[in-house]
Design a protein around this ligand. Structure first.
Ligand code: MFK
Length: 545
């Protein structure tokens, strides 16, 4: 009798326990007592992410959010029904403090690292519920720095609560049909109410993510203001009244997107929506920038978390799948391919978490001028670099499963579709490359970046690490001399090379951070894996100038 062939699917264990990269990083960065205090929360999130959340995600695969515009009696209701997974994800995120941790600040500046670790574990098993969380976190930060006490008292406690019944999410309504990147073209008008501080907004928002939110921060032009980003003002609005009816907001339709299908993304018409100024009647783009920088951090943390998920599934499957007489894990070429993906993911991890560290120091008021400069530059550089890596890693992960990676009910193709949004939303690669140039301003040199990398390398003594560090430094120096030459030629030469410039900086800093960690891991954990990743990552190419 022949035994029918059975293929075991890939499975996940506790996603914290199994994550060498995260655990080793936290062991280096967190004081021992902090690590002892936060580890239970990470084990628990890792257990959920590898267990019931992952199973529910697979079971919930075909569900999508639904928009009901009219009720049976002809009333316009514009109700959004979320997927079961999203409803559960919200409760878990709130109860486990996936936003709150950053604001309770129990561990000072490192609270952002704790929060980012929770977000990193939570994200890949929750169908991009990280999107509303990112915007909510960004809105809390933006309101807090705005100094608008009335709005801070009204909204922030809801945004950062651990009590699900009190929780509000925030939308970030920026994109209009005139420009997703060139936000200064926005056409929404703000009319001042007679004798009141309240405005009413009129216009069309073209790509509003997670439209189920209770509040939104949005941009509109007060009547009489000049064109461009400076003529826009930043507004706060509440989406529904006490009876749950939309406040003069019509949801025209949900977008039919390539990925992030669980995120209800809508086209809206604002028809006299009541709104309040957050901070002044102009400079909306500048005033919403804190939100952009937080969501860009989330984008990077999501990118590394999706890479990590793909790599975990691919390694597990390699141990189970037999071809040509042995498991894939015993095939030199297959494993070489997977180790290349692991190296990309590990390098990206260190850059994203370094930006989380800097963000935490900035929020805690513990950042000096050089590091504030570094944070402003590395935020777009990190976002664009990790997003590109996520797409490329996801594509290879699917290929590592052969045909199964192309079949929807394995749950694998969604990794690629969802990753593809990462280089698009929150600023495309090119827009962020230009933002990197904006951050540099007229600076003649990359001296603070070079001295940052040099500081990372101060404790290196092993020749193999010194060789790798030279690759990173050489790439930074090459980028610096390219910038000088391009500036001497013309602005258009600088812009044409901005993407190569930014990606070179991103990869160079990834290598630098990975090398620093690899030496620590060898010395403190007797682990060579980060060293192997650093060598592999350096061979894949750092200087893209
Ligand atoms: C999974 C997690 C991911 C999160 C999911 C979120 C889902 C939500 C989906 C979305 O909403 S996607 C829409 C996101 N849209 C964007 O990211 C817009 C992309 N475009 C840009 O970023 C443009 O560069 C920008 C709109 C900012 C250009 O506008 P302007 O009007 O040409 O800007 P300008 O005049 O250069 O800058 C105005 C001020 O803002 C300047 O300061 P000053 O007034 O003091 O000179 C800039 O320095 C400042 N600024 C701009 N970007 C900044 C910034 N400051 C700090 N950080 C930044 N990033």
């Amino acid at each position: 009798m022949t035994v029918p062939f059975e293929q075991a699917p890939p499975t996940l264990g506790n996603q914290y326990e199994d994550d060498r990269v995260l655990r080793s990083y936290l062991a280096r960065v967190c004081p021992a007592e902090m690590l002892r205090e936060i580890e239970p929360s990470l084990f628990e999130m890792g257990r959920l992410a590898g267990g019931e959340l992952y199973q529910l995600q697979l079971a919930d695969r075909l569900n999508e959010p639904r928009l009901t515009q009219w009720d049976a009696w002809g009333n316009r209701v514009d109700r959004i029904e979320l997927t079961p997974m999203w409803r559960l994800a919200e409760r878990i995120a709130v109860e486990h403090g996936v936003i709150a941790t950053a604001y309770e600040r129990k561990h000072g500046a490192l609270s952002r690292v704790h929060q980012s670790a929770l977000a990193y574990l939570f994200t890949p098993s929750t169908d991009i519920y990280s999107c509303p969380l990112a915007m909510t976190d960004g809105a809390a930060r933006t309101l807090l720095v705005s100094g608008n006490q009335e709005l801070i008292e009204r909204a922030v406690p809801h945004l950062i609560t651990r009590e699900p019944s009190e929780f509000w999410t925030a939308g970030q309504w920026m994109t209009e049909i005139t420009g997703g990147s060139d936000v200064g073209l926005s056409e929404t008008i703000a009319k001042a109410g007679a004798g009141s501080r309240e405005f009413r907004l009129y216009g069309r928002k073209w790509f509003t993510s997670a439209i189920s939110s209770q509040i939104a921060l949005t941009l509109a032009r007060p009547e009489g203001n000049p064109p461009g980003g400076r003529g826009l003002a930043l507004f706060y609005l509440e989406t529904r009244d006490e009876q749950g009816r939309p406040r003069n907001i019509e949801i025209n339709r949900l977008k039919d997107k390539l990925g992030t299908r669980k995120v209800p993304t809508a086209e809206l018409t604002l028809n006299g929506t009541p709104a309040q100024l957050v901070r002044g009647t102009t400079d909306g783009v500048r005033n919403i920038a804190p939100l952009l920088n937080i969501t860009r951090l989330w984008n990077g943390i999501s990118a590394v978390s999706l890479m990590r998920r793909g790599v975990a599934l691919a390694f597990d499957y390699a141990r189970k799948r037999v071809a040509f007489g042995s498991t894939l894990a015993e095939k030199a070429l297959h494993m070489d391919t997977l180790l290349g993906l692991r190296a990309e993911a590990e390098a990206a991890f260190h850059l994203a978490f370094y930006v989380a560290e800097l963000t935490g120091r900035s929020e805690a008021g513990e950042i000096d001028e050089d590091d504030a400069w570094l944070l402003r530059l590395l935020t777009p550089v990190m976002k664009l670099t990790t997003a590109k890596q996520a797409v490329s890693v996801a594509s290879e992960v699917l290929e590592s499963f052969g045909g199964a990676g192309y079949v929807e009910d394995t749950g694998l193709p969604v990794l690629l579709r969802d990753s593809q949004v990462l280089p698009i939303w929150e600023g495309t690669t090119n827009v962020l490359a230009l933002d990197g140039l904006r951050a540099l301003g007229e600076a003649e040199s990359l001296e603070p970046l070079r001295s940052f990398a040099t500081r990372l390398f101060e404790t290196l003594h092993n020749p193999q690490f010194i060789d790798l560090s030279q690759i990173a430094l050489a790439a930074i120096e090459r980028a610096e001399s390219w910038l000088k030459e391009a500036r001497a030629r013309s602005r258009s030469h600088v812009e044409a090379g901005a993407r190569r410039f930014a990606l070179t900086l991103g990869r160079a800093i990834e290598l630098a951070l990975l090398v620093r960690h690899a030496q620590w891991s060898q010395e403190h954990e007797q682990d060579q894996q980060s060293t192997a990743s650093a060598q592999r990552f350096a061979r894949a190419g750092v200087d893209l100038i």
